[in-house]
Design a protein around this ligand. Structure first.
Ligand SMILES: [Zn+2]
Ligand SMILES: [Zn+2]
Length: 320
């Protein structure tokens, strides 16, 4: 039995999640009791899937996979995709943080034990940087996953890094302020490497001191090439609910962008909480699914080009 811990460098800071709730005895007997968790307001229940979450195999989370699985069983979430970070910039905290084989074994072991209650998928969130595209492609050739998210993050030398963003934004229009982020996202989509693109406009969070979500509605022309690229190569649009936990209180991307994606012929959407803590698991997915349904989608997706009839949205979203 492989322990549900990354074989990687130790983290600093306190452990935010609890110890593994599943005892060794229970594991060896093959019985997995589901401990009770109090659902916090905003955490979804009776839902097909949460496609985006981080465990202790990510540099920025301490949550054990077992905990998400138990929450999913208790809340009635049928499927979860574990999407820990893989970064390609040497020296950054997420750079080759987990051991692929160890992590895969832990996820497959959990998937077996939870089979029939929760479907657990072996996913990944790759930090997309066009300068490392060849390395990313090679990594994905050599390491298979059930599901891959490509996401643009504020890496240390990006204009959106904490110590650079104020200088970068100074004197710029909102369209100019998003341009480097959006052009990197477009390259990520065009690479065709990923099942979906994570948090399409997460720069909203970093730009919040200067620009509100309302300001972003004034630049539909900046979004258009991204949406067209998604439609053209069949990459799914992720509606990432993590923004609902932040003061901008809006998904990445917002509802009007999801609606436009549909108008342009978009076929596939995913919804994910991007949880890094137990209280964020499934958080905001009710609202994300309402946005998706309002845009005209009746189902969610996961793997590229796989039509998942079992991911049809529950009736409560469709009878409106
Ligand atoms: Zn991300
Ligand atoms: Zn994430």
């Amino acid at each position: 039995m492989v322990a549900d811990r990354p074989h990687a460098r130790p983290k600093s800071g306190k452990i935010e999640s609890m110890t593994d709730p599943i005892s060794a005895d229970a594991r060896s007997s093959g019985v997995t009791p589901a401990p009770a968790f109090e659902r916090v307001p905003g955490q979804v229940a009776d839902f097909p899937i949460d496609t985006h979450m981080h465990t202790a195999f990510s540099h920025d989370s301490h949550v054990l996979l077992e905990l998400y699985a138990a929450q999913a069983a208790q809340y009635g979430i049928g499927e979860i995709a574990i999407t820990d970070h893989v970064d390609f910039m040497p020296g950054t905290p997420g750079y080759r943080y987990f051991d692929y084989d160890v992590r895969r074994a832990v996820i497959r072991d959990a998937a077996e034990r939870w089979a029939g209650k929760v479907s657990i998928r072996h996913g990944v969130e790759i930090t997309y940087e066009s300068r490392y595209q060849d390395e990313i492609a090679e990594y994905l050739r050599q390491h298979s996953f059930d599901y891959s998210i490509g996401s643009v993050h504020a890496v240390p030398d990006s204009p959106y890094a904490r110590d650079r963003i104020a200088t970068f934004v100074s004197g710029k229009s909102v369209a100019d302020a998003v341009a480097p982020y959006f052009s990197e996202v477009e390259r990520g989509i065009r690479s065709g490497l990923f099942d979906t693109i994570g948090h399409l406009d997460q720069c909203k969070r970093w730009l919040r001191p200067w620009y509100s979500p309302a300001d972003f509605t004034t630049i539909p022309g900046s979004y258009e090439p991204l949406l067209v690229a998604l439609v053209e190569n069949g990459t799914a649009l992720e509606v990432n609910a993590s923004g609902l936990r932040y003061p901008e209180r809006e998904t990445y991307p917002g509802s009007w962008v999801v609606a436009r994606f549909r108008e342009l012929g978009g076929q596939r959407v995913t919804v994910g909480s991007d949880a890094h803590q137990p209280t964020s698991f499934g958080f905001g997915l009710e609202e994300a699914a309402e946005i998706v349904a309002a845009a005209g989608f009746d189902r969610l997706s996961l793997e590229r080009a796989v039509d998942r009839g079992d991911l049809v949205l529950p009736d409560r979203f469709l009878r409106r």
